[in-house]
Ligand binder design. Structure first.
Ligand SMILES: [Zn+2]
Length: 241
């Protein structure tokens, strides 16, 4: 667990809400290569960093695990259609049922599956221009900060650019734009920000594993600042605390 101290945007208070940003294909390898330094460039507040084992190598089952805490063989969500039909309650739905106004901002079909319980979601139309797609996701998050306490979003630029074989520079630039934007939105709204990946990045034959980062930013409170620091926590599938 890595801590960065000083200048957290909540002055020791828990944030007004939580943004959970799932960055598609942001695995531990890419996080260490690009993600951490991008964050360090723009953020000097409290950070906790976890290494998390992803539950699958595809998007739908991984996101379902992040949002339910269940393994794929338990939640059986391998597609958007499965998500639509699933009777298992997920994190934003659980929060909503317990009086925490919650919403999701993601690709249209995926977003609509949450309407079983959530009152409002922001569906974003898929398109060829993935940078523009993520800009719409980020605008949707920004617009949700006023009315919601828990916002889940799914950003896809990194995954698409990796699949398209874009250059390292372009991939880093794309990731930088997303991370800067989401940090700014969280900071403006005084929200706690959680960034995670869903699974290892596909292709490239790089040495990687099934680990993805789970990082918490801002609003972590002053009490944590006096705790002895540990280097890193490893948890499986978000089940362990
Ligand atoms: Zn994915």
């Amino acid at each position: 667990m890595t801590h960065y101290h000083g200048g957290g945007w909540s002055d020791g208070k828990i944030g007004k809400g939580v943004i959970l940003a799932i960055i598609d294909s942001l695995d531990w390898f890419l996080y260490e290569k690009f993600g951490r330094s991008i964050i360090e460039d723009v953020f000097s507040g409290s950070v906790e960093e976890f290494k998390v084992f992803s539950s699958a190598d595809k998007t739908s089952p991984s996101i379902a695990t992040i949002l339910t805490g269940l393994d794929p063989e338990e939640h059986h969500v391998f597609s958007t259609q499965n998500a639509k039909e699933s009777g298992i309650i997920n994190l934003p739905e659980f929060a909503e049922k317990n009086g925490v106004k919650s919403t999701v901002v993601m690709e249209r079909a995926g977003a609509l599956t949450f309407l079983k319980i959530l009152e409002m979601v922001t569906p974003v139309e898929d398109r060829e221009n993935i940078v523009e797609f993520d800009e719409d996701i980020l605008s949707g998050v920004e617009e949700s900060v006023e009315g919601f306490k828990f916002i889940v979003c799914h950003l896809r630029t990194l995954d698409e650019q990796l699949h398209r074989g874009e250059s390292v520079e372009k991939i880093e630039e794309g990731l930088e734009r997303i991370i800067h934007s989401i940090i700014n939105i969280a900071r403006e709204g005084e929200f706690l920000l959680i960034i995670t990946g869903d699974h290892k990045c596909h292709g490239n034959g790089k040495p990687g594993g099934d680990d993805v980062p789970g990082t918490w930013y801002g609003g972590l409170g002053s009490s944590r600042r006096n705790r002895p620091e540990k280097s890193r926590k490893e948890v499986r599938n978000w089940k362990s605390k």
